[in-house]
Design a binder for this molecule. Structure first.
Ligand SMILES: Cc1cc2nc3c(=O)[nH]c(=O)nc-3n(C[C@H](O)[C@H](O)[C@H](O)COP(=O)(O)OP(=O)(O)OC[C@H]3O[C@@H](n4cnc5c(N)ncnc54)[C@H](O)[C@@H]3O)c2cc1C
Length: 417
């Protein structure tokens, strides 16, 4: 990644993009290719947020189940949303190929595993709905066939989607940053946006953006701050709950053991609300993640999560009892109150966020789609214009005081459902 020391900001821009993760960089690349003068303003470094810290699972579908999507949005819109989730994976693959990003992108498929018999009983119905309504095939795997997919005996069966992929997220986001620069975008790291004000006196450069390194004028502002959305964007901050997610990895495993744990190198996650997600890395470590603590990452939540995740990993894979743990880290997810991605305009600014832990592909896609929208194309994005709920009774201003209760509630749901 080229060095991007704080340097003087340009006076005027067509588009100021706030946040240098998948969403912001993908938008900046597309806008620059369309001839816009665009800069990414990133408070830390490129990919510093969730985009470099995630599990690298490039997944089909959304967080909500197919039947729930249809009941919330109706068949036609739900079909467009699901199609967008499939297109988002093609979008990542196309960027990786076009830009030659060396990030181990591979269409290895994903496997969802059932923690209870009744979860497994729901898989056949889900697969039927997805085939019938969305024209996409999933394969249900019976318990007695599961050993071909995973070296664990604790699950009641599984469901495979061959279309999903895996990649190395840190390499991908660095490559996306280089691609945005190559297309003509500028990137300003260590440049935190502190205030965004609308001014009619400046012609079409109507936004005054104040940063930790001076201010600039922009015709449009695109907010791509995800779970790190802060006080400079109060209207969005009230609609997004930041939730921690954590990952541990083992030492490099012997080839035979790695093959036994995950013979097809799938991206794997389980059927709980408080779920575990895991995969082998290309260098043969087990990467094991989960929402072990609901609060975002800090020294205490990371340390505590490492213990919880290690216990979880050994429960799934007793074969890893003696494997040394080598890394642990955490990051922040962005949950909307309806657990859906959202994109559009708020107070005149463009935004895309709300990926709820399902954002590697969707964030890249939303960045591209919103850039096309800002550049003047007709919006071709099923997530633009859907209702974007605030907290019930307005009981949230951006400080998630209810996280301990939410964590306990989801544990309770996992127990009873
Ligand atoms: C541990 C973990 C595991 C995950 N695993 C997966 C997975 O396997 N598959 C999947 O699909 N998704 C996963 N996700 C989710 C996925 O990583 C995110 O949805 C995605 O990276 C969001 O990208 P983004 O660009 O919108 O946000 P981010 O990458 O979070 O970037 C937002 C950026 O905005 C910057 N910012 C915030 N405020 C300001 C400001 N005022 N001024 C300037 N800059 C600012 C931040 O510094 C940050 O860099 C995971 C997330 C975590 C945390």
């Amino acid at each position: 990644m080229p060095a991007t020391e704080p340097r003087p900001l340009p006076g005027r821009l067509d588009v100021a993009v706030i946040g240098g993760g998948f969403t912001g960089l993908s938008a900046a690349r597309t806008l620059a290719k369309r001839g816009a003068k665009v800069a990414v303003l990133e408070g830390e470094t490129i990919g510093w947020g969730a985009s470099s810290r995630n599990g690298g699972m490039v997944l089909t579908g959304m967080k909500l189940a197919a039947n729930k999507l249809i009941s919330m949005y109706g068949r036609e819109l739900a079909q467009r949303m699901y199609a967008a989730s499939l297109a988002s994976i093609d979008c990542v693959e196309q960027i990786v190929c076009e830009e030659g990003i060396d990030c181990n992108f591979a269409r290895c498929g994903h496997l969802e595993v059932a923690c209870k018999q009744k979860h497994f009983d729901g898989y056949a119905r889900q697969a039927e709905i997805i085939a019938g309504e969305f024209n996409h095939m999933l394969r249900v795997v019976q318990r007695n066939e599961l050993s071909a997919e995973i070296g664990s005996s604790m699950y009641y069966g599984g469901m495979v989607d061959e279309l999903s992929a895996g990649l190395n997220p840190a390499r991908y986001v660095a490559g996306l940053g280089c691609a945005a620069i190559k297309a003509g975008a500028e990137i300003f790291e260590h440049t935190r946006v502190e205030k965004i004000e609308r001014e009619s006196s400046q012609g079409d450069a109507r936004w005054n953006v104040t940063t930790s390194h001076g201010s600039l004028w922009a015709r449009e502002v695109f907010v791509a701050t995800s779970g790190y959305t802060g006080a400079a964007m109060p209207a969005l901050r009230k609609k997004i709950v930041p939730i921690g997610s954590f990952i541990i990895t083992t030492e490099i495993l012997p080839e035979k053991l790695a093959w036994e744990l995950s013979p097809r190198h799938r991206m794997i996650y389980d059927s709980k609300n408080y779920l575990y997600y895991y995969r082998l890395t290309p260098d043969r470590r087990m990467l094991f993640g989960g929402r072990a603590a609901f609060f975002p990452e800090n020294e205490r939540t990371v340390r505590r999560s490492a213990e919880i995740l290690r216990r979880g990993m050994i429960e799934v894979y007793p074969q890893l009892r003696d494997a040394k743990g080598e890394y642990v880290w955490g990051g922040t997810l962005d949950f909307a109150f309806d657990i859906m991605p959202h994109a559009g305009q708020i107070d005149g600014m463009y935004y895309a966020l709300g990926y709820a832990g399902h954002g590697v592909a969707m964030a890249t896609y939303q960045g591209q789609k919103m850039a096309e929208f800002i550049a003047g194309d007709k919006p071709d994005n099923p997530f633009v214009g859907i209702a974007f709920p605030s907290a019930p009774l307005g009981l949230y201003n951006g400080t998630p005081w209810f996280l301990p209760f939410a964590g306990a509630w989801y544990k309770f749901l996992d127990w009873v459902s």
